[in-house]
Design a protein around this ligand. Structure first.
Ligand code: 5GP
Ligand code: MN
Length: 341
């Protein structure tokens, strides 16, 4: 994958003078959202810019170890208005790891208060359709962290990647590729991993922090969901699971605890599509995964007001859980009847 030289030069020109910068990422931030924001913030600060990272809501507790994560402003808990102030004085607003302002929830409403800031997208989702002054959009990139690593390399040289940046970037590259196993993983991804590894990061430690640092409640909840809530239908090729708020409370649920559950049905032979529905106060969060040619990005767009990537997408439902599951099964039938499943 080759980054466009004209875009790199446009970015270089934007960053020539010290600027006031805000970095935003999406609601329910994951390792890629947080890792890319923190690494991008660190390099920009080193180059003399003033940077504030803002996330719409809190990241999962198992990302607490990420270097400098405590400096991130969580908009939902921001009683002092730090986010609003930073957004007001920003010369540049970077949007990382998302492509629709709707993925910022309420944080999206206050962006328009600043009409003078340049808006720059750095992202790997399909079909970005918002107005940006500069769009660094590569849907074929396996993660936004990989894109940020390439940008840093092109702008300032690979040697400017610090150990902290490398740790943050590695988290997103690892989590967004299912531990470097998805088809989006290219030889160049491993070249970049090698550059990150040279900084002295401990890959086993990062792995333990991200994948083996959960609560007991999560382990028990996982067992419950797979055993009691997983329904397999459509000839064994589609699975859905759901969690109500009440069920989550019973297992001392913490944000992020159900992350990754949706992948598990795909470990079953012949499974093509897996869906997870989690109840929130005003809506049901939909999480979709698929194998190979099955396109859940299209499925999420069509039926659940969402989108994402071909094999990993999400959306929302505003119906009851019961109706949402019925709707899902109906949509699967329709999708299959069109030869899309
Ligand atoms: P997850 O299932 O991990 O929450 O999300 C998987 C992918 O689906 C994310 O990388 C994101 O691209 C996309 N996604 C999740 N929720 C939404 C949503 O509400 N709207 C859109 N457009 N994409 C989503
Ligand atoms: Mn991502």
């Amino acid at each position: 994958m080759q980054l466009s030289t004209s875009k790199i030069e446009a970015l270089r020109a934007l960053l020539e003078e010290p600027k006031s910068i805000v970095i935003l990422s999406h609601t329910n931030p994951d390792g890629d959202a947080v890792g890319s924001s923190l690494a991008w913030a660190e390099i920009l600060r080193k180059k003399g810019h003033e940077v504030t990272c803002i996330l719409p809501n809190r990241y999962p507790y198992y990302l607490d170890f990420m270097p400098e994560i405590s400096e991130v402003v969580i908009f939902k808990n921001d009683d002092k208005g730090v986010a609003r102030e930073a957004l007001k004085r920003a010369d540049i607003i970077f949007c990382l790891d998302f492509h629709l302002l709707s993925r910022l929830d309420q944080l999206g409403d206050i962006i328009d208060e600043n009409q003078h800031a340049k808006r720059v997208l750095i992202d790997h989702h399909l079909d970005p359709n918002e107005d940006f002054d500069l769009m660094i959009s590569y849907p074929e990139a396996s993660s936004t962290c990989y894109l940020v690593a390439l940008l840093i390399e092109r702008l300032y040289g690979a040697e400017s990647i610090s150990r902290n940046m490398a740790e943050n970037l590695f988290v997103g590259m690892m989590t967004d590729t299912g531990n470097f196993s998805f088809s989006s993983v290219t030889p160049d991804v491993f070249r970049m991993v090698s550059i990150l590894a040279e900084t002295g990061i401990s890959i086993p430690d990062i792995h333990i922090h991200v994948y083996n640092s959960f609560t007991e409640g999560r382990a028990r909840l996982f067992g419950y969901v797979i055993n009691r809530k997983m329904k397999i239908f459509h000839g064994g090729s589609v699975a859905h699971m759901s969690l109500t708020e009440d069920e989550m409370r019973r297992f001392w649920f913490q944000q992020g605890d159900s992350e990754g559950f949706v992948n598990y049905p795909l470990t079953i032979k012949k499974m093509k599509l897996s869906a997870m529905f989690t109840e929130h106060t005003d809506f049901i969060r939909v999480s979709l995964r698929s194998r190979g040619a099955i396109d859940v990005n299209l499925f999420a767009q069509r039926y659940f007001n969402g989108g994402g990537h071909k094999n990993a997408a999400g959306g929302k439902s505003f119906m009851s859980m019961e109706d949402t599951l019925k709707h899902f099964e109906k949509c699967i039938k329709e999708y299959a009847s069109e030869g899309l499943l």
